[in-house]
Design a protein around this ligand. Structure first.
Ligand code: FAD
Length: 443
């Protein structure tokens, strides 16, 4: 078989490696527009902040290393510009020598990801100090600007995961940071009362402006005028207001896309062309709990789908069962984590729900160093099926969210949570773990 993969990072590189493991003889062509394949997108903010010191560590696999190890035909600095479905070929533009050629495929996998949304703000094209962050070249530009220009004041537009990670890392570099968020809260997967805890903490480290967006930029990006007329001076500005799927190839090829532009696939990640599959940030998925369409640009789904798609191509079919949206971020000294549906989503879907709030201590109260975790769990009032959980705290948030994410996928209900026998010693937990407590309170 000859398989062509578009996009060589999270989903694409995973699929390539799995395809090779399943078949020694297939010809696997991995086409990547950028210079690097399989790099650690998620680590980019931490190199800018200085926590990750060695840039090479972000390059998880090199072109040479991965070509050799998995016998892949890697074409980096090459862009697929067209899918010719009738001939089963793709058109490739080699960006290093400007050559354009076609490559045939038996099966095609699209993993082109999502790109930062950049509205055509007035004054944006004159500015040199406004950046987005998606890949290594973006990261290098930001780092060089900081090292050379020694900015003092930073502005982060957008209070999502990437925006807040950048705020923390710019603060770590000694900059005074202002975060501007258009809605009334940061981190959309949190309900407002949970986000309020995060707001309070952010305000001890940075300025936070809510309910306000960018109107325009002026003075080469030095002045940001907000929608309410307020002006900010900014030496460096990060635009992190969300991403949109790179669906151009799919749209041009006439493949089905959803309301928000995500490529539509079936349970086996196949588009409406049976020889074209799509995975990762570029696709529309279904919500694991309610099977409603959604888009979740995160690394776990991309990796999982990369493996499943390779299996499906070789006949080991296992469906992708939907995305819970399990996510976590370090926001200065806090950990914020979520899985499943929050109250906002459930009420917008008109699904009956109940919720409980709990503020347990991360480990036994008598052992020093414990700190409160604020938790909120949503569930079905009739069956006790768990819909989701949110956690905000300094310690032990990650494992509670992961246990509940596992419980949801395992079909456990709130009535099962008290029965989970979890690891306990005073430095780690309590004899009744916060997860058990959520179950007691809910039932
Ligand atoms: P990508 O990994 O983006 O790969 C797509 C690749 O396709 C790109 O390199 C692009 O150049 C290439 N491409 C696109 N079109 C073409 C074409 N026509 N021809 C050739 N090549 C093409 N997720 C988490 O779960 N946790 C985190 O902590 C986290 N942190 C993040 C931090 C940052 C700064 C960023 C940017 C993302 C982060 N993510 C995180 C999201 C995660 O990186 C993505 O969900 C994941 O990489 C998606 O994988 P993908 O394969 O769909 O797309």
């Amino acid at each position: 078989k000859k398989i062509v993969i578009v996009g060589g990072v999270a989903g694409g590189a995973t699929a390539a490696a799995r395809l090779r493991r399943l078949d020694e003889r297939s010809h696997i062509v991995l086409v990547e527009r950028g210079e690097h394949i399989s790099f650690a997108n998620c680590g980019l903010p931490y190199y800018i902040g200085g926590t990750i010191k060695d840039r090479e560590k972000l390059l998880v696999q090199t072109v040479e290393g991965m070509s050799k190890r998995f016998r892949l035909d890697i074409r980096h600095l090459s862009e697929v510009t067209q899918i010719n479905r009738d001939e089963k070929t793709v058109t490739i533009h080699n960006l290093s020598n400007d050559n354009v050629y076609t490559e045939s495929y038996d099966e095609l996998i699209l993993s082109p990801g999502a790109k930062p949304i950049v509205p055509p703000f007035e004054g944006l094209t004159d500015a040199h100090n406004i950046f987005t962050l998606r890949n290594i070249p973006d990261m290098d530009k930001i780092k060089q600007w900081i090292d050379k220009q020694k900015p003092q004041k930073a502005t982060v537009i957008g209070g999502g995961f990437i925006g807040l990670e950048m705020a923390e890392n710019l603060h770590a570099q000694g900059l005074t940071v202002t975060i501007v968020e258009k809605s009334d809260q940061v981190m959309a997967p949190l309900d407002p009362e949970m986000a309020a805890i995060v707001h309070e903490h952010i305000r001890t480290k940075a300025s936070l402006i809510l309910n306000n967006g960018v109107k325009h930029f002026s003075e080469k990006g030095r002045i940001i005028t907000l929608e309410n007329g307020e002006e900010l001076t900014s030496d460096i500005t990060i635009l992190a207001i969300g991403v949109r799927p790179e669906n151009e190839l799919a749209v041009q090829a006439g493949l089905l896309t959803g309301e928000r532009g995500g490529i539509i696939v079936n349970d086996y990640l196949q588009t409406d062309d049976p020889h074209i599959y799509a995975i990762g940030d570029a696709i529309e998925v279904v919500d694991f709990n309610h099977q409603t369409p959604t888009m979740v640009p995160l690394a776990w789904p991309a990796n999982r789908q990369g493996r499943l798609v390779a299996d499906a191509i070789y006949g080991h079919k296992r469906p992708y069962t939907g995305t819970l949206g399990t996510a976590i971020a370090k926001v200065f000294d806090l950990t914020v984590a979520v899985t499943g549906n929050n109250e906002k989503t459930l009420s917008s879907l008109d699904i009956p729900y109940r919720f409980v709030h709990l503020h347990p201590v991360s480990h036994a109260g008598y052992y020093p160093g414990g700190s409160p975790i604020s938790m909120k769990m949503t569930f079905d009032p009739n069956t006790g099926v768990i819909y989701g959980v949110q956690g905000v705290g300094r310690d032990g948030v990650d494992k509670r969210i992961d246990v509940i994410a596992t419980a949801i996928k395992g079909g456990l209900t709130v009535y099962d949570l008290p029965d989970l026998e979890l690891a306990y010693a005073p430095p780690y937990s309590s004899a009744k773990d916060p997860v058990n407590m959520l179950g007691y309170v809910a039932s």
